[in-house]
Design a binder for this molecule. Structure first.
Ligand code: TRP
Length: 338
């Protein structure tokens, strides 16, 4: 098979969990910027279903969300011939490298991971070993592809640091096996906050009415925006410290229209919050509707979507195997006859 992978390009790897739904915050902060990367970089987008089962998942729902998530990436405009979009569990190298790197990671390092602490508090009835070694699997995802750049939010910085430490440790023993990855922080976009608690980041793990999901239909978007928290002084002004709710709504419009929040505030000067919310809903719907229509079309054509995932898994597998075989040889695993 002809591989579209251009090895001279820098490699970007991003893992996305198929748990819960993506939000407008994910779209503004990450997804919509990925299209711009596809010519300059070799981008790899991995649906990390193996990470997802560190907390209990309903099998049928997880299966559906994996396909749905891949569909969202493509519907957002990413060309599946230029970007490698695939499911983690389809490429066995993730698990194989992960085992090896487990043996190069210290319990103390994993014990320090704040996400582990948070998640074990949240899922106290299921603190499994996978949850503990989650960061090692993530390191394997990244290192398997000799990744140069990893687009991540602040919550994943500690995991990336650990990935770098593991890679450096391994390289220290065996020579230059792994590329040492760096974080990729695109132009600082606005952080989209919760509609109900606008001092917190919009998050898919919060209650339903606090976020806009990428697949929310227009009437749901309107309802959620209408109920968004504002304040009682009725002045449209961008002032995150004193008016977090209103400022968040202004930021959403600004991000979607490539304006500054102050510009948006000036345009809406003297209007009521009702008008502001109407504008927010209009902008969000105008942005999401075409993507949702394309997503619907893709989901109705499962054979196509499955074909894309299969093909891309093969490409990913080829890339992954290169690293994996090298690593296996370095650590002294028995040679293969062929
Ligand atoms: N841990 C990441 C998150 O929860 C998901 C992830 C898994 C990831 N593997 C990755 C992100 C590799 C970047 C690179 O968001």
């Amino acid at each position: 098979m002809e591989t579209p992978v251009a090895p001279q390009k820098k490699i970007i790897f991003s893992g996305i969990q198929p748990s819960g739904t993506l939000t407008l915050g994910n779209y503004i902060g990450a997804l919509r910027n990925f299209k711009k990367l596809e010519d300059e970089y070799q981008c790899i987008y991995c649906v990390v279903d193996m990470h997802a089962i560190t907390v209990r998942q309903e099998a049928a729902a997880l299966r559906k969300r994996c396909l749905e998530l891949a569909g969202i990436y493509i519907a957002s405009g990413l060309d599946p011939k230029k970007n490698v979009i695939y499911c983690q569990s389809h490429v066995s190298g993730h698990a194989e490298l992960s085992w090896i790197l487990n043996c190069f990671t210290y319990m103390g390092e994993l014990n320090r991971m704040t996400q582990f602490k948070d998640k074990s508090a949240k899922h106290a009835d299921n603190i499994n070993a996978g949850l503990f070694t989650y960061p090692v699997l993530m390191a394997s995802d990244i290192l398997l592809f000799q990744t140069d750049l990893v687009p991540i939010g602040a919550d994943q910085k500690q995991h990336l640091e650990l990935t770098r430490d593991i890679a450096q440790r391994f390289n220290g023993v065996y020579g230059d096996v792994f590329t040492i990855p760096e974080g990729y922080f695109g132009k600082v976009g606005s952080r989209i906050m919760s509609l109900q608690e606008p001092t917190r980041k919009m998050s898919k793990s919060d209650p339903e009415d606090t976020f806009i999901a990428l697949l929310d239909p227009p009437d749901v978007i309107r309802r959620k925006v209408k109920r968004a928290v504002t304040d009682s002084d009725a002045e449209i002004r961008f002032d995150p410290a004193n008016k977090p709710g209103v400022s968040n709504l202004l930021s959403i419009i600004a991000a979607l229209n490539d304006q500054t929040p102050d510009q948006v505030a000036a345009e809406l000067q003297g209007q009521g919050y009702g008008k502001l919310k109407e504008r927010v809903a209009d902008c969000v719907i105008a942005t999401l509707e075409p993507m949702q229509a394309e997503h619907k079309r893709l989901m109705a054509d499962k054979a196509y979507l499955q074909g894309v995932l299969d093909e891309n898994a093969q490409i990913a597998n080829k890339m992954a195997m290169k690293t994996l075989r090298k690593v296996q040889r370095k650590v002294g695993f028995a040679d293969r006859g062929r």
